[in-house]
Design a protein around this ligand. Structure first.
Ligand SMILES: *[C@@H]1O[C@H](CO)[C@@H](O)[C@H](O)[C@H]1NC(C)=O
Ligand SMILES: *[C@@H]1O[C@H](CO)[C@@H](O)[C@H](O)[C@H]1NC(C)=O
Ligand SMILES: *[C@@H]1O[C@H](CO)[C@@H](O)[C@H](O)[C@H]1NC(C)=O
Length: 215
């Protein structure tokens, strides 16, 4: 009898600890990104591909009082980044040293339960979200504390706040998410960013299976 009771109790405790949901690996969203330490604010359209670790962000960057416009393609598996500057109309290619930012919930994150953004009192005025937080150490030995909200249904990111000993506090908010990648060529750099030879080979180098480029 006692054993059954204990079993029920264990079952209850296990059920109480929710498992992180799985964020879709490919989507596009409007994002607001800000960092207090480097005083930058970014507003842009993000294409996110967690399957191939790449992102494209067409962005307006505000650093202090200066406004700039960039088109950034970050290919994390190739450790390469292409930054097209709309004002200067030129492209910079640089090695990518920062780690891939995954906007899914970390498997070791701790649940802070569920809540409504807005209200649950009136139908249609609330968004049910799930809250997660945690601490982790990056490969560069940076200690990062994160807290984020994801939609309860579909597990889409709503907002992620992180506090790192290296980079300070940053916050990313997501709006108007659309599933999938609308343009399969979105991760192919502009001609300004590539040599003629590379541009001719762009689909092989940067297409859907574009992982053939030498580092
Ligand atoms: C792009 O143009 C800006 C402004 O003219 C200049 O400062 C920068 O060095 C240029 N970058 C490249 C990669 O040519
Ligand atoms: C993360 O670490 C901080 C400071 O060490 C601690 O206060 C906090 O409770 C931790 N959070 C989680 C979710 O483990
Ligand atoms: C990482 O940082 C901690 C303290 O912040 C330090 O004790 C440790 O030696 C560091 N490890 C490496 C590999 O740098």
């Amino acid at each position: 009898m006692f054993a059954i009771f204990l079993l029920c109790l264990v079952g209850f405790t296990v059920a109480q600890q929710p498992k992180p949901c799985t964020t879709p690996p490919q989507w596009e969203a409007n994002v607001f990104d800000s960092n207090d330490q480097s005083r930058f604010r970014v507003r842009g359209r993000l294409s996110y591909d967690a399957n191939n670790h790449r992102e494209r962000l067409v962005e307006e960057v505000e650093v202090g009082s200066e406004d700039n416009f960039y088109d950034v393609i970050a290919l994390f598996d190739l450790q390469m980044e292409f930054v097209y500057d709309f004002k200067a109309r030129n492209c910079t290619r640089r090695p990518l040293t920062r780690p891939w930012r995954d906007f899914g919930i970390r498997p070791d994150a701790r649940s802070f339960g569920e809540a409504y953004v807005g209200t649950s009192a009136v139908p249609g005025l609330g968004l049910l979200v799930t809250l997660w937080g945690g601490n982790h150490t990056t490969p560069s030995n940076d200690t990062v504390r994160t807290f984020g909200t994801w939609t309860y249904h579909a597990c889409l990111p709503v907002s992620v706040i992180s506090h790192s000993s290296q980079y300070g506090r940053s916050q990313t908010s997501f709006f108007d998410i659309v599933a999938g990648i609308s343009d399969p060529n979105v991760f192919i750099p502009r001609p300004e960013c590539l040599t003629e030879k590379e541009y001719a080979m762009r689909h092989v180098l940067f297409g859907a299976q574009g992982k053939k480029m030498k580092k």
